[in-house]
Ligand binder design. Structure first.
Ligand SMILES: C[S@@+](CC[C@H](N)C(=O)[O-])C[C@H]1O[C@@H](n2cnc3c(N)ncnc32)[C@H](O)[C@@H]1O
Length: 224
């Protein structure tokens, strides 16, 4: 969904929000230096307390996957069955992701940091790559433009490279957020905006582009 290559994952990576997805677990298996952030992660505590709380989050995600997949099965015509071949495959992949999260979070809980946009506890430019999926634009029906602007600005602040956001379609919708272009125009002249095709990922109808943002470098010569 982020159109990532192996080369994109050679530096430090932030996944915000990480939720109970398997990105961090899978990236760690490849040796990626990755941190996931989510407000549902447990606060500071002992490692075993945090592991237990993260495990509960993973178990809850498995139950949510059953509920979400039942909805997708009952509204199958509203989805593209490419990345997930069938509703049963969707459920199987969601359950596998929740299980991978649960197993990994129990062993490396320090990779899961509790925080919430639009304020992250990281220094300017702390990450080479920042990923954000299924929060911004997805919930544009309840998160307003001011929140989107503040959140994107914060994601750009902690990135010394790119910020990638997917999808750009509101949940339950089939079209990209109508205020997308206007909102991106308010990010500032020094932000380079690229709307790129996803790398074959398909599920939500109309969600086929990933937003790629970065601060312009002097060499960009006014292309921002
Ligand atoms: C639909 S999940 C997406 C998780 C993951 N990126 C994925 O695609 O599976 C949305 C996540 O956003 C998190 N969230 C809600 N408000 C947030 C905020 N202000 N900042 C960061 N994450 C937030 C929720 O806790 C939830 O885990």
């Amino acid at each position: 969904m982020f159109a990532l290559t192996d080369a994109d994952l050679t530096g430090t990576v932030l996944d915000c929000p990480g939720g109970a997805a398997s990105f961090t677990a899978e990236a760690r298996e490849q040796g990626v230096d990755v941190i996931a952030v989510d407000p549902t992660y447990p606060p500071d505590g002992t490692s075993s307390e945090r592991s237990r709380a993260l495990r509960q989050l993973g178990e809850h995600a498995a139950a949510e996957a059953e509920r979400g997949s039942a909805w997708a099965r009952d509204h199958a015509a509203d989805f593209e069955w490419t990345t997930f071949a069938t509703p049963a495959d969707h459920l199987a992949q969601r359950l596998a992701a929740a299980a991978a999260f649960t197993a990994h979070a129990a062993t490396e809980p320090e990779h899961y940091v509790r925080a919430a946009l639009p304020q992250l506890p990281f220094a300017d430019g702390a990450f080479d790559l920042v990923l954000c999926s299924h929060l911004l634009f997805t919930y544009a029906d309840r998160l307003d433009d001011a929140f989107h602007l503040a959140a994107l600005t914060e994601l750009l602040r902690v990135s010394r490279g790119e910020v990638r956001v997917f999808p750009l379609v509101v949940v339950g919708g089939v079209r990209e957020h109508p205020g997308l272009e206007a909102l991106l125009g308010r990010l500032g002249d020094d932000v380079v905006v690229d709307l790129r095709a996803t790398d074959g990922y398909g599920f939500q109808r109309g969600a086929d582009r990933v937003l790629v943002l970065r601060r312009a470098q002097p060499a960009d010569d006014g292309r921002a």
